[in-house]
Design a protein around this ligand. Structure first.
Ligand code: NAP
Length: 551
């Protein structure tokens, strides 16, 4: 059925519409069902999982400990599920998602392979009307956009990508069937978290692997280990404490953190602390000192420590030099974890193409043409990232009061109140929105927090006979003032990354995430409630009834 036909179709009436089948959408689906609301959830993919449904590329693995990267809202799920590794690989993450969905019977609420094409606020009827690419219409007073910060893959603006006659793959839309690299000349464009995972996995399998690197990333050893039954039992006994610690931390996880200033200890102590963190692996380096993101000199010394490690591993000095990130602070680009990334460049079939000294000019029918010549390829993998943070909500028409779209509202960058609501868009809620901690903290902790906050707001409305809720302009200005004020102090602004919108041509630049930490974020969201929702205006149910009668 076309969209045109759909305008003739009667809309199905619901209480809550939920968009997205990732961690946020799944929890929202559970939460609102348990509240007895009539819900319908939508997901563009063929099943649940969000990024983990789409990102099936070789080597895909979470780089937060699995124990942290899991739901905390269900003691049953916590007690019944067993993680096999400290950092779970994508297939295990999908098995976990399947386990949760089955255990809590979530799939029946979802319509899969369904993309929302528009969401429009009907001011007279105080309802969101949502249309799908199947030509259906749904209406509900509440709409939850659990669309995720990394759900719109970005194809690079390199001329000729569409001309390539070999196999073209995007990491974020990886095929479901196995992909063989044996004997093939494979190219990978992009060396962020995704590219690094692909390179270390595909390097030993491919005939030849050409890594097209523009900006090198800092990556540190993951040092993944299997989890023993004893460890799992201990975690199960202590889940409540583990979750409480995570909720009260800046990153929403149990990673150790320090308030120690870099220059407060001797050079020998600093070296020894960094060596320990390197050996420990994971993101331990980030927790070694408290001032790495505000003290440029401290940051540079840590960066130099990691550059030294690259030189120790990579045998060819020219390749080692090209792999060393320079010109931006460490951790200002998302830190990556690897198991054998630098070692991969010691394989004779793996070649680094430095696109700074030898820029990509175009993709041709046969491969990639750099300034120095053409490299013929059988397969080209794009690990070129996402239109992040704001991309999902500007990819379709989300139309609020007075016909204003989110696209128009966000023309100068993501703008919201608490990262959850937007002035001009009543009863529309986001999880992990662009002005919350988003990519800077554990996305599952944020999702659970945001859904709980939204559920409390809706309960407040129900109890008080309120029909609509919307942040005031003043509250939104205040929140964005907090977000921007904190952002100015951070070294994150000194790197050109998706965190600041630099990866999408024409996108408004700047750090719009809340960098005050997850615990502080929770505190500020709780304060917005405890002061009687003074930053929000509410419309009464009676007004709604009256307006309906007049309509
Ligand atoms: P990304 O960090 O944005 O990296 C994209 C890469 O593509 C960059 O190296 C970029 O180079 C390169 N690129 C883009 N356009 C290019 C062009 N025209 N020519 C040459 N190179 C180009 O994307 P990502 O690696 O997919 O990671 C995105 C985020 O997903 C991560 O930061 C992380 O939050 C998440 N992620 C997490 C995991 C995990 O948990 N382990 C794994 C994968 C991803 P420039 O920097 O020079 O633009």
């Amino acid at each position: 059925m076309s969209n045109k036909d759909s305008t003739q179709t009667a809309a199905k009436r619901l209480d809550v519409i939920i968009v997205g089948g990732g961690f946020g959408g799944m929890y929202a689906t559970y939460k609102f069902r348990e509240m007895g609301m009539k819900i319908q959830s939508f997901e563009a993919g063929g099943d649940l999982g969000g990024v983990w449904y789409w990102n099936r590329y070789p080597g895909a693995r979470v780089d937060l400990p699995s124990i942290d990267y899991s739901y905390s809202f269900s003691p049953e799920v916590e007690q019944e599920w067993t993680w096999s590794e400290q950092f779970a690989a994508q297939p295990e993450l999908l098995r976990y998602i399947d386990f949760v969905a089955t255990r809590l019977d979530l799939r029946k609420h979802y319509q899969f392979k369904t993309r929302i094409t528009s969401a429009v606020w009907d001011e007279a009827r105080k309802l969101w009307t949502v249309e799908t690419d199947r030509g259906e219409r749904f209406e509900a007073p509440f709409c939850i956009m659990a669309t995720g910060p990394l759900s719109v893959p970005k194809v690079p603006d390199i001329p000729g990508v569409e001309k390539f006659k070999g196999r073209l793959l995007h990491a974020g839309r990886w095929p479901h069937e196995p992909v063989s690299f044996e004997g093939l000349r494979v190219g990978v464009i992009g060396t962020g978290s995704t590219g690094i995972q692909i390179v270390q996995d595909v390097g030993p399998q491919a005939g030849e692997l050409f890594v097209f690197q523009r900006t090198p990333s800092f990556t540190m050893p993951m040092r993944n280990v299997p989890l023993t039954p004893e460890y799992i039992s201990e975690v199960r006994r202590n889940y409540a404490g583990i979750r409480e610690a995570a909720r009260n931390s800046t990153v929403g996880g149990t990673r150790p953190q320090s308030t120690r200033a870099f220059f407060s200890v001797t050079p020998e102590q600093r070296q020894s602390l960094l060596e320990d963190a390197w050996k420990q692996g994971g993101l331990a380096m980030l927790g070694t000192f408290g001032d790495l993101m505000v003290n440029e000199e401290a940051n540079e010394q840590v960066a130099e420590f990691v550059r030294g490690k690259i030189a120790e591993v990579v045998e060819d000095p020219k390749t080692a030099e090209a792999l060393k990130p320079k010109g931006y602070p460490i951790f200002a680009r998302r830190p990556c974890l690897d198991s054998s990334y630098y070692e991969t460049y010691n394989l004779p079939n793996v070649h680094l193409v430095d696109c700074i000294t030898d820029p990509i000019l175009e993709v041709t029918e046969r491969g990639v043409r750099n300034a120095s010549g053409e490299i013929e390829l059988d397969m080209l993998i794009l690990a070129t990232g996402y239109d992040a943070l704001t991309g999902a909500l500007i990819a379709f028409d989300v139309v609020g009061k007075g016909g204003r779209t989110v696209n128009q509202k966000w023309v100068h960058g993501g703008r919201s109140t608490l990262g959850i609501m937007m002035e001009g868009f009543p009863n529309l809620f986001m999880t992990t929105g662009p002005n919350g901690p988003s990519a800077l903290a554990n996305i599952i902790r944020i999702s659970e927090h945001d859904v709980d906050w939204i559920a409390a707001a809706i309960t407040h409305m129900q109890k008080n006979g309120l029909a609509t809720m919307e942040p005031t302009t003043q509250a939104e200005d205040n929140w964005m003032g907090v977000v921007h004020g904190l952002a100015q102090r951070s070294l994150i602004n000194k790197a050109k990354t998706w965190w600041v919108g630099a990866n999408v041509p024409g996108k408004s630049q700047g750090l719009t995430m809340f960098i005050g930490g997850f615990a502080k974020y929770r505190e500020l969201c709780a304060a917005a409630v405890s002061d009687g929702y003074s930053g929000f205006t509410f419309g009464r149910a009676e007004e709604k009834t009256k307006e309906r009668a007049e309509a």
